[in-house]
Design a protein around this ligand. Structure first.
Ligand code: HEC
Ligand SMILES: [Cu+2]
Length: 440
């Protein structure tokens, strides 16, 4: 069928579409919008945007008005004489060069000023955070506190934070739309980015992304940011800088805590202080720290999380190509899990501070894994079921995953080998999950 061209109908369709689009922009919540004043960084870029939009609108209206006027005023009329032929008009040409030049100066001054402002060195007393990009997850280190964590970033309101951005592999880009950025992570170079979350910012959760294509799981390289009060931040750091509580400290923990954790068998009964000194790490406190009450756990409260539109617990579906008998999870034993973990390949890639398994740095630091809400670059919620599937075969859950398949008898979709030697059975995985879930 040959369609007839109906310009009127086309015009009204375009108009309707534009109107719908325009209206859509007025409603709804935008968890990843940059148009806000949550930080000094976003406030300055937003102010700059307002200026550019204003000048852009003035120019647009002027140009379009002149165009429309010319089209109608000088349109061809029947019997009209040929228009006057001219070649060049110096005055006109100088004017239309000068006007844009002046406008560009108006745009350039605030732009350059904002660039210098946001590129300046951060205040020396600011919070230092090393951001290390990995395919496909984020490592966060707080050198002033001796904390290493992954994929979840805690920032105190009202304090300038200075990020030192590095990558261990390919290029990545660090971006928290609601806070400011984005800035690239470049191999063999450290980039810097700083901003100050507003003092009165709600204690909230925000999305973070990798904004530079970095391989098959680039889209699965997300992170979460929690803005908290300075007091909450102190509570969080006080706990996070402790070595893993399980298992040795559990013996000294209050009755309620020790009841749920089996006693440490003799023979492995090293105290955390002893283990920490074996690692050359700083022990939690004075040599009697075993007797001291453990520092209470503080994590971003779940109630606040679920209320928050900016943050949702991830809902990525588990693959159906592998299965795990979930009824085993209830019988998982943390102490058995600790032992299985200790003789598995895990220790070659992961660190758990305060244990003998504290040497590797290929994968995320697991010291306080159980205090995090997500795993695998914000892709899955941190639940027993997701951990079990993840350990069984991470590459089935996350394309390209650098953590290999570990479930006995499975074929690794990345490496194409069948897992035999060192492969884990489902009951063994259930034990490891119980151990990991005890790592508060
Ligand atoms: C060859 C290195 C390697 C081995 C061996 C390995 N992992 Fe991993 N693991 C990784 C990497 C890399 C990641 C991050 C993957 C990602 O998110 O893309 C990871 C992620 C994880 C996570 C999610 C952590 C988080 O915060 O996102 C857990 C839990 C985990 N591994 C547990 C284990 C356990 C338990 C074992 C042993 C049974 C193990 N891993 C063996 C490299 C390894
Ligand atoms: Cu990336």
């Amino acid at each position: 069928m040959v369609g007839t061209f109906r310009p009127r109908r086309l015009a009204s369709a375009v108009l309707l579409g534009a109107l719908a689009l325009g209206l859509a922009a007025c409603g709804g919540e935008y968890p990843n919008s940059t148009f806000n004043h949550n930080t000094d960084f976003n406030a300055s870029t937003d102010a700059l945007w307002d200026k550019l939009l204003l000048w852009g609108t003035v120019v647009f209206i002027g140009v379009e008005a002149a165009l429309v006027y010319t089209i109608f005023r000088f349109r061809r009329r029947p019997g009209a004489p040929k228009p006057k032929q001219v070649h060049g008009n110096t005055a006109l040409e100088i004017t239309w060069t000068a006007i844009p030049a002046v406008i560009l100066i108006f745009i350039a001054i605030p732009t350059v000023r904002t660039i210098f402002k946001t590129q300046a060195k951060a205040a020396p007393e600011s919070l230092q955070v090393e951001v290390i990009g990995h395919q496909w997850w984020w490592e966060f280190r707080y050198p002033q506190y001796g904390i290493t964590t992954a994929n979840e970033l805690y920032l105190p309101n009202g304090r300038t934070v200075n990020f030192q951005l590095k990558t261990v592999d390919v290029l990545h880009s660090f971006w928290i739309p609601q806070m400011g950025g984005k800035r690239d992570l470049i191999s063999n170079k450290t980039n810097y980015l700083w901003f100050t979350p507003n003092k009165d910012l709600p204690s909230s959760a925000w999305n973070g992304f990798c904004a530079e294509f970095c391989g098959p799981s680039h889209a699965n390289m997300k992170f979460r940011v929690y803005t908290v009060t300075p007091q909450e931040f102190d509570q969080w750091t006080a706990h996070q800088k402790q070595p893993a509580i399980f298992p040795a400290v559990a013996a000294a923990a209050p009755a309620s805590a020790s009841a749920s954790v089996p006693p440490v068998p003799s023979g492995t009964g090293a105290t955390p202080v002893l283990l920490a000194s074996m690692q050359g790490a700083t022990p939690a406190g004075p040599t009697d720290s075993v007797a001291a009450a453990p520092v209470p756990v503080w994590t971003f409260p779940r109630e606040r999380l679920e209320k928050d539109f900016a943050y949702t617990i991830p809902t990525a579906k588990l693959p159906t190509t592998i299965s795990f008998d979930e009824s085993l999870l209830a019988a998982g034993d943390p102490e058995r899990g600790r032992q299985t973990y200790g003789r598995s390949s895990c220790i070659g890639c992961h660190a758990i501070a305060g244990t003998p398994f504290n040497m590797a740095n290929v994968g995320p630091n697991l010291t306080h894994l159980a205090t995090r809400y997500t795993i695998a670059g914000g892709l899955y919620p941190n639940t027993a079921k997701h951990l079990a599937y993840w350990i069984k075969s991470a590459p089935h859950l996350k394309p390209g995953s650098l953590m290999p398949t570990l479930g006995k008898g499975l074929t690794d979709p990345v490496r194409k080998n069948v897992v035999t030697l060192g492969g884990l059975t489902d009951p063994e995985i259930a034990d490891i999950v119980a151990y990991l879930q005890a790592l508060k």
